[in-house]
Design a protein around this ligand. Structure first.
Ligand SMILES: Nc1nc2c(c(=O)[nH]1)N[C@H]1C(S)=C(S)[C@@H](COP(=O)(O)O)O[C@H]1N2
Ligand SMILES: [Mo]
Length: 258
């Protein structure tokens, strides 16, 4: 007799599937759910009874938060993302933001100050000159955007772990949050903040970071998806309270590992 083959999906796989469904807009999400994952399946996955749109949203959100925890546990702080030769840099490197390139913020680097708050001992604001005086490093890595493109670029700047230690950040705190000059915001887990390839980028391709790529400073993490890499950073805070993010609050997975 023909036996139906059951493909076991592990919980992380299931959680990622649910994230993918969550990120799919209304109508196609419903179609996908009808074809592939029954509400009963989601109920089993989450252990909640789901009978209205609100509780389905809540269940998807809770699986997404579970996914964050799983990714956090799987994240190896000593595992490096691939690096590439300079000959592989994508030219021109793509621009992306929640607005068009004609609306890119022009920031005055002379009056710009990086504000610090939360679980940080020395909250004195930083000038660009002071950041530039810190030891710099650069790396050629791949940026992956959930919108379906990836590109290799070269960023240079201050290792974020050096900066966090310098300002006396509480390195046992859970989150580091970022507020940007264009109203974008995001937050990351402390292990990624301390990862050796996480840079406060001040340059792109050997030159001062251009406006479109986040002047005067962006956080560059080759271990995270594009939307986790905030440009035009104005304020950094260290906290144990979940800060969310611009896309994360609209359903993108918070951990956002690449
Ligand atoms: N301040 C700010 N940072 C941001 C964004 C944004 O809209 N504003 N978009 C994010 C997204 S979705 C991507 S893919 C990258 C794009 O960076 P790039 O312009 O250097 O390619 O920036 C991320 N950081
Ligand atoms: Mo993106």
């Amino acid at each position: 007799m023909f036996k139906k083959k059951i493909i076991p999906i592990n919980t992380i796989g299931a959680a990622m599937l649910v994230d993918a469904i969550r990120d799919t807009p209304g109508a196609s999400r419903r179609a996908f759910l009808q074809r592939s994952l029954t509400l009963g399946g989601l109920t089993l996955l989450t252990g909640c009874s789901l009978n209205d749109a609100g509780s389905i949203e809540a269940a998807l959100a809770s699986v997404s938060r579970f996914n964050d925890k799983a990714q956090g546990l799987l994240f190896d702080p000593s595992q490096l993302a691939p690096t590439y030769p300079e000959s592989m840099i994508t030219r021109p490197f793509p621009f992306n933001a929640y607005y068009g390139i004609d609306e890119v913020r022009e920031i005055d680097g002379d009056t710009w100050r990086l504000e610090l708050s939360g679980l940080v001992a020395d909250r004195k604001p930083w000038t660009l000159a002071r950041l530039r005086a810190m030891p710099q490093t650069d790396q050629v890595t791949r940026h992956i955007c959930v919108e379906g493109w990836s590109a290799i670029g070269k960023w240079g700047g201050v290792p974020f772990s050096t900066f966090l230690r310098q300002v006396g950040a509480d390195l046992s705190a859970k989150y580091v949050g970022f507020k940007c000059a264009d109203d974008y915001y995001t937050s990351i887990d402390m292990s990624t903040a301390l990862h050796p390839q996480t840079l406060m980028a001040l340059t792109y391709d050997g030159k001062e970071l251009p406006s479109r790529y986040g002047y005067p400073m962006k956080l560059r993490m080759p271990t995270k998806l594009g939307y986790k890499n905030p440009k035009h950073i104005q304020a950094i805070f260290v906290t144990n309270t979940y800060p969310g993010g611009y896309w994360e609050d609209q359903g993108y997975n918070w951990f956002g590992g690449s």
